[in-house]
Design a protein around this ligand. Structure first.
Ligand SMILES: Nc1nc2c(ncn2[C@@H]2O[C@H](COP(=O)(O)OP(=O)(O)OP(=O)(O)O)[C@@H](O)[C@H]2O)c(=O)[nH]1
Ligand SMILES: [Zn+2]
Ligand SMILES: [Zn+2]
Ligand SMILES: [Zn+2]
Length: 286
């Protein structure tokens, strides 16, 4: 996990492990495993609370994941251009350091909340919650969360969103679903991006990428898009339309929509059920 990359403690949850924090190392004989399991359990609670925020306002929340530079921000820019007359959109941007992506989104006339994660290579539910309290969800239809560019850790943290979209860009090679199964198993949709480059990078075979995904027992749809040429964008926009309609219908029925569960990722992060006491959110929203 984050066992190997040391990223479990984030600016959003570090209060829990600091002195006097709920999961503080000292005083209660906690082991490292206890603390990590506790953090995951806290994350899941926070994620449930975040989902209540979204659902209360019938907002669809989509988590975009990929390796660095696969085209998440470019896809968002093109999506906003295509949809901003029809849907009210906001973006939560996760980056290690800069505010560059948020600035690109704001240039399209859309609210973008930047979360700088520092050393953490993924967003977690606590960081997303801080961002949510800076967004007026009553005035939105879709919130996109651009996760930190990383093909490993982001898939293991529920943020309280509804759908995972995993991007694989043509220059990365078609074997990535085989090499990073945890990430691609989490996908509710796999987008093959930068398809305008297929003509020059002709060793990338879209059908091979799809076969590697199917080898993971995933039935997620696969779409080819190019933010640059606009090719395939309509399929993606249609998918969003459909997801928003399904989401609203489910909320009317009192159902909760969750992204694909990543049991592999959870196993990578902790090996047993958390011993930590569960608790409700520390505040309520009217
Ligand atoms: N040819 C081509 N290039 C693209 C396309 N989409 C994005 N790019 C280029 O790929 C590079 C990275 O794009 P971004 O949208 O910044 O990628 P990202 O996934 O947001 O990157 P990080 O936030 O750093 O992880 C930029 O130079 C883009 O211009 C595309 O459809 N075709
Ligand atoms: Zn990590
Ligand atoms: Zn980006
Ligand atoms: Zn809240």
């Amino acid at each position: 996990m984050c066992d190997t990359c040391g990223c479990n403690v984030t600016p959003g949850n570090k209060h829990l492990v600091e002195a006097n924090g709920k999961l503080a190392w000292v005083g209660k004989g906690k082991t490292a495993v206890d603390v990590l399991q506790g953090l995951l359990s806290e994350n899941d609670h926070q994620a449930m609370h975040n989902r209540q925020h979204f659902d209360k306002h019938q907002v669809l929340a989509i988590n975009l994941m990929s390796s660095p530079g696969a085209g998440k921000t470019a896809l968002l820019e093109a999506t906003i251009e295509a949809l901003q007359d029809r849907y009210r959109i906001a973006v939560i941007e996760g980056d290690l350091e800069t505010e560059n992506d948020a600035k690109r989104i704001r240039a399209k006339g859309v609210t973008a909340i930047q979360i700088t994660t520092g050393t953490a290579c993924h967003l977690d539910a606590h960081m997303v919650h801080d961002a949510l309290h800076n967004l007026d969800l009553s005035k939105l239809d879709i919130v996109f969360i651009e996760n930190v560019g990383n093909l490993v850790c982001p898939a293991s943290f529920d943020l309280g969103h509804h759908r995972n979209v995993t991007l694989l860009s043509v220059p990365e090679g078609d074997d990535k679903p085989a090499k990073y199964p945890v990430m691609f198993r989490a996908a509710d949709l796999m987008l093959l991006t930068k398809t305008d480059l297929l003509a020059v990078l002709d060793d990338f075979k879209p059908e091979k990428a799809e076969q590697y995904l199917r080898n993971l027992a995933s039935e997620a749809p696969v779409m080819q898009v190019s933010s640059r040429s606009g090719e395939g964008m309509q399929d993606w926009l249609d998918w969003l339309d459909q997801e928003l309609a399904t989401h609203r219908a489910r909320i009317q029925n009192g159902e909760i929509v969750r992204p694909a569960i990543q049991s592999d990722g959870i196993r990578l992060h902790a090996t047993a059920n958390s011993p930590t006491q569960h608790h409700g959110p520390t505040h309520r929203h009217e």
